[in-house]
Design a protein around this ligand. Structure first.
Ligand code: PMP
Length: 429
């Protein structure tokens, strides 16, 4: 099955090559391949499966909706209304009244496009400020905003007016500073560029960022960096878009990561885990004062998905009922504490970073400090053979990433950490 499919599938699809298994079935945090091998899934549909594969209560909700009706055009429906109510209840109380929701879809990248279009229409400006190492999706516009060159090197020109600024990646400071001599100069650099009338950057329509860069190698921003950008954008009346496609829906231990950074964005983008079980849906939540676009300004046949709405309502209910966010914080701490011991003993582990259940092990060549993508790939293969699915990321693909279901158990976390410790011990140069 694997070989037949690999022979037919396009080169652009990477997963069958990096994870050479064909999936037969999946349940909870486990995936079984066609040969009967069972894997702990610490990729979870790239962070989509908040409640794991096939959570019975979410499946039942989606199934009820399947038998009621599937496509509701853009009309109000009970499923949409309940989903909207659930999403607003998860926002900090102070934001609920002033936010609006727009259904995009069905992917995160489409919502990124919508967010930027909205800010361009609302401000009448054209430029967008974004950050090195960021990732916002694969549509043409979302890709243009992404600061990972490898993914767009073959696509000429991008979108004009996109300006890249340094992100607070302290492990590899873009300004070449050491953390002990740093005064968050990356934020200072942006402040100076945007307040200098002749600084080469027009007043932008928006600043867009991730609070933890995911594809960029699991890089949590420094809180001071984010707070200064929030103050600056507020002062200059520039909408701040926070891309929570990966960090949202509980992944970092709060519903949205911005809650932990003590800021309130003007636009929030959410997608991946909104339905809890992998049904496609994407939204933007935005301040009412930006709500000036005309009907039809961002349309699409699959905007809004009734099955995902029904499952998503259930996901919020189960996450609250079962205290899943507490589990995310506890399992995240457990994994970080244990994996950080690796960086004390293994020179090839530069850093173990993360927030909640978004964790990355940053691997380097000890002699040179250069990113060790070959070692990361070997660790991924070793892990797969030992029954663990993990992903790679980072600018050089040298960061081993974990994005497990939010319902990961203590034993499963122990198993994942054990496999990775063993892999790194065996493979370390
Ligand atoms: N933004 C971020 C932060 C992401 O991590 C991703 C996907 N990895 C996207 C946008 C794009 O989402 P999608 O793949 O659903 O288009």
């Amino acid at each position: 099955l694997l070989e037949r499919q690999a022979g037919r599938e396009s080169n652009a699809r990477a997963y069958p090559r990096s994870l050479p298994i064909a999936v037969a079935r999946a349940s909870g945090s486990l995936v079984e391949d066609v040969d009967g091998n069972v894997f702990l899934d610490c990729l979870a549909g790239a962070g989509v499966l908040a409640l794991g594969h096939g959570h019975p209560e979410l499946v039942a909700a989606a199934e009820r909706q399947l038998h009621t009706f599937v496509h509701g055009l853009d009309l109000p429906t009970a499923a949409k209304d309940e989903f909207t109510t659930a999403q607003f209840e998860m926002l900090p109380a102070g934001m609920r009244e002033r936010m609006r929701i727009h259904f995009c879809g069905p992917t995160g990248a489409n919502a990124v496009d919508a967010a930027v279009k909205l800010c361009k229409i609302a401000t009448g400006r054209g430029d967008v400020v974004t950050f090195q190492g960021g990732f916002h999706g694969s549509t043409h516009a979302a890709m243009a905003l992404s600061g990972l060159l490898k993914q767009k090197n073959n696509v000429a020109n991008g979108v004009p007016g996109t300006h890249f600024f340094p992100y607070s990646s302290c492990h590899a400071c873009p300004l070449g500073l050491r953390p002990d001599s740093c005064e968050v100069n990356c934020a200072g650099y942006l402040e100076r560029a945007l307040t200098d009338a002749n600084g080469g950057v027009n007043q932008p329509a928006a600043v867009i960022l991730e609070l933890v860069q995911g594809e960029g190698g699991v890089v949590p921003a420094r809180p001071e960096f984010i707070r200064r950008i929030r103050d600056l954008t507020r002062e200059l009346d520039i909408p701040l878009i926070v891309d929570e496609v990966q960090t949202g829906c509980g992944r970092t231990g709060t519903w949205f990561a911005f809650e932990q950074y003590g800021i309130e964005p003007d636009v929030v983008i959410a997608s991946k885990a909104l339905s809890g079980i992998g049904l496609p849906v994407a939204v933007i939540l935005y301040d009412e004062r930006l709500d000036v676009w005309e009907p039809g300004a961002h349309s699409g046949t699959f905007r809004g998905n009734q099955l995902a709405f029904a499952a998503g309502v259930e996901a919020v209910r189960v996450i609250r009922r079962d205290g899943i966010l507490n589990n995310v914080r506890a399992r995240g701490e457990q994994l970080l504490t244990r994996l950080r011991l690796l960086s004390d003993h293994q020179e090839c582990v530069r850093e173990v970073r993360g927030l909640g259940l978004m964790i990355g092990i940053d691997l380097v060549h000890p002699e040179t400090g250069a990113p060790a993508s070959d070692l990361a790939r070997a660790v991924q293969v070793h892990a797969l053979n030992a029954g663990l699915i993990v992903e790679l990321g980072g600018r050089e693909n040298s960061v081993v990433r974990l994005l497990p279901p939010l319902v990961l158990t203590e034993d499963e976390a122990d198993f994942a950490a054990g496999v990775l410790e063993e892999a790194i011990k065996q493979l370390a140069p």
